[in-house]
Design a protein around this ligand. Structure first.
Ligand code: WTA
Length: 635
């Protein structure tokens, strides 16, 4: 099992050097040793960032579910694959063994086939964190259908946009979902979304909350009766290495969400390899990632990465605050969790509640802690280290993106000495570069710049669904021959990276990427609104909160501002989802613009952060009087 459990820093450097000196030899070895192939590749890698085109393991044939499930049946058939921990702590947890997972995935796959789903068809999955979510993802992969999971907190209109963009043939949902003490009418949201989508032929509905819902005849089917009669055998569809596995939407700084396309072999190899190394997962460990499978973290590190390694992975349906803020720790104790992976926003929310909740629970099983999704501030890092890990569990601060498919810059637990707020070193095979504004690479240490990646890695997204040009423009146009991440970073004196945050108009709120454009579009639909601009400003728990500057049409100026604020947030909730609601709304006489008509968000950001002493270069500003007006009102 060479290179699979890197044990110390020296070994990391050794393996790292090998991986970048001869990437093809390196990845070929990993792929040979640790996966099940129906046919081996003809060529490990071909790539051209100018097109851009990247192919890994071309010519190989496989099915990822054979790697995630079938091959474990002989060695780990009775081992728990998934532990489902329900929203309500009084409902008992469900342990699904690899054998049971196999049967349930096959049944589900047969239902999909029976409803006419074939290789290459897109299936939208809009489900809460219940076993059917992981199972339906795997069932799609089993038959070669492309899943597009949409986080079940998105609104009907956001869901519709995604369904339409990838022309999904089917939607899989549930009657509703539990979220803390509330229930959410998911099927109602799907019905509303489908008013606008004409490609969807069927809706499969899991019964989760036993609610009375409307079923449209000939379109909607309850899932359970179909599963009951389906066979537990389903031959896996043999896929080519570069066949799409899934689409997952992520916000861009402009325009509609981007459907990132991930393909099969490279994604599998990289997510499995990173999972095992970063978290140092061992056979009997119980691993828990608190993300939702609606995000890339859940795809790669709840489903594919862990299952490929035959791990036991927890799916938690609920929220950290229900029934109280001790819930996470109760679950850690109950299932004796060994690796715990969460987001800085959750850590901050829990830290705010003090340590009483922690002290009630035995957390001694914890060996490794992880964070992902946004920069972790120093205070939260120490709180996590002191109180959760008791200074004994290394924190892996993992930097990566929907686009990268897997973890890119991270400590390897027990091997890489950690440093608060630093994602530390590039993972094996990853070649980062910091770039200056003129497009030149900044070499050496103690420097900062825009973070790029110079060389392909197996799990990188291959395109944006239906819009390859946009893929090229967004990621490969800013810097020649490099993938541009959209993040800024610094490299310290020993070569450790610290991610400083987005350098574009994506704002990360509670770990969720929000593009400014769709939110502004929602606001601008209000009849009284002329124009708007959104920026982020620091927030104790969410990391960033949203600040909206809104200019009213003349006809709207006499309206009650508090009512307007409510209506604007209502529009945002409907069109994007409640996570995108604005914390502050300031009505302004105009927005600062450049001569070419671009809104100068940089200035608005500074004002929102009350950091107005130096607004930077304002020479291109068309209307300085507007800036003064906005500042006078704030300060
Ligand atoms: C940010 C989540 C600092 C970053 C896997 C990135 C981070 C964006 C970290 C991608 C981290 C993610 N430290 N920033 N450890 N992890 N980010 O696509 O700005 O939801 O570009 O993928 O989150 O978010 P996404």
């Amino acid at each position: 099992m060479s290179n699979y459990h890197i044990k110390h820093l020296e070994e990391y450097y050794q393996v790292y050097r090998k991986s970048v000196r001869n990437p093809e030899v390196f990845w070929e070895e990993i792929a040979e040793e640790h996966f099940m192939w129906r046919k081996k590749w003809d060529n490990v890698l071909s790539w051209d960032f100018t097109k851009p085109e990247v192919k890994w393991f071309e010519g190989a044939q496989l099915n990822i579910t054979e790697n995630c499930i079938d091959r474990h049946l002989y060695t780990r058939g009775d081992k728990t694959a998934i532990i489902f921990e329900p929203n309500d702590p009084k409902e008992s947890a469900e342990h699904i063994t690899y054998k049971q997972l196999h049967d349930r995935v096959c049944r589900f796959a047969n239902v999909l086939k029976e409803k006419g789903i074939k290789k290459g068809d897109r299936v939208c999955i809009y489900l809460p964190m219940i076993p059917e979510l992981a199972i339906s993802v795997l069932a799609c992969a089993r038959i070669g259908a492309i899943h597009s999971v949409v986080f079940a907190g998105f609104s009907a209109s956001a869901l519709a946009t995604r369904i339409k963009d990838s022309e999904c043939k089917m939607v899989i949902t549930s009657d509703g979902s539990f979220r803390g003490s509330k229930t959410i009418d998911l099927k109602g949201i799907v019905d509303e979304a489908l008013d606008e989508c004409d490609t969807v032929q069927n809706v499969l509905v899991a019964n989760r909350i036993d609610s009375k819902i409307k079923m449209k005849e000939g379109r909607d089917y309850w899932l359970e009766p179909l599963l009951d009669v389906a066979s537990t055998d389903c031959e896996p569809e043999i896929m080519n290495a570069e066949d799409p596995l899934f689409i997952l939407y992520t916000s861009g700084s402009t325009g509609k969400p981007k459907g990132m396309v991930h393909t099969t072999a490279g994604y599998m190899v990289y997510t499995a390899y990173t999972f095992k190394n970063v978290f140092q997962y061992r056979e009997k460990d119980v691993y828990w990632c608190t993300a939702d499978i609606g995000w890339i973290t859940g795809h790669s590190y709840i489903v594919y990465g862990p299952l490929c390694n035959g791990a036991t992975t927890i799916m938690f349906e609920g929220v950290p605050s229900y029934p109280d803020f001790g819930r996470f720790w109760e679950i850690v104790e109950k299932h004796k969790v060994n690796q715990f992976y969460t987001a800085p926003t959750a850590i901050r929310a829990l830290a705010k509640e003090g340590v009483d909740h922690l002290e009630k629970h035995d957390l001694s099983s914890l060996k490794v802690l992880g964070t992902v999704g946004e920069p972790i501030n120093e205070e939260a890092w120490h709180w996590y280290d002191d109180n959760v890990g008791k200074k004994k569990a290394p924190i892996v601060d993992t930097w990566w993106q929907t686009e990268t498919g897997g973890i890119m810059i991270t400590p390897i637990a027990f091997a890489t000495p950690t440093k608060p707020t630093y994602a530390t070193l590039p993972f094996i095979g990853i070649q980062p570069a910091l770039m200056d504004e003129n497009g030149k690479e900044i070499k050496g240490n103690q420097v900062d710049g825009r973070l790029c990646i110079k060389f392909p890695w197996p799990s990188m997204a291959r395109t944006i669904w239906g819009n390859h040009q946009r893929y090229k423009d967004t990621y490969f146009a800013a810097f020649e021959n490099k993938y541009f991440t959209g993040d800024g970073a610094l490299r310290d004196e020993v070569g450790y990276y610290r991610i400083t945050g987005r350098v574009d108009d994506v704002i990360i709120v509670s770990g969720h990427n929000l593009g400014t454009a769709p939110i502004e579009d929602a606001i601008n639909e209000h009849p009284a609104v002329a124009e708007s601009a959104i920026v982020g400003f620091p927030h104790d728990i969410k990391g960033n909160a949203l600040y909206g500057y809104v200019t009213l049409k003349e006809t709207g100026e006499s309206r009650n501002h508090d009512n307007l604020r409510k209506e604007i947030n209502q529009l945002i909730t409907e069109q994007v989802g409640p996570i995108a609601k604005l914390d502050k709304i300031q009505f302004t006489a105009g927005l600062p613009k450049t001569r070419s008509g671009k809104i100068m968000r940089r200035i608005l950001r500074k004002i929102a952060c009350k950091d107005t002493s130096n607004l930077g270069d304002t020479s291109t500003l068309l209307n300085p009087e507007i800036v003064k007006g906005i500042m006078d009102e704030v300060l």
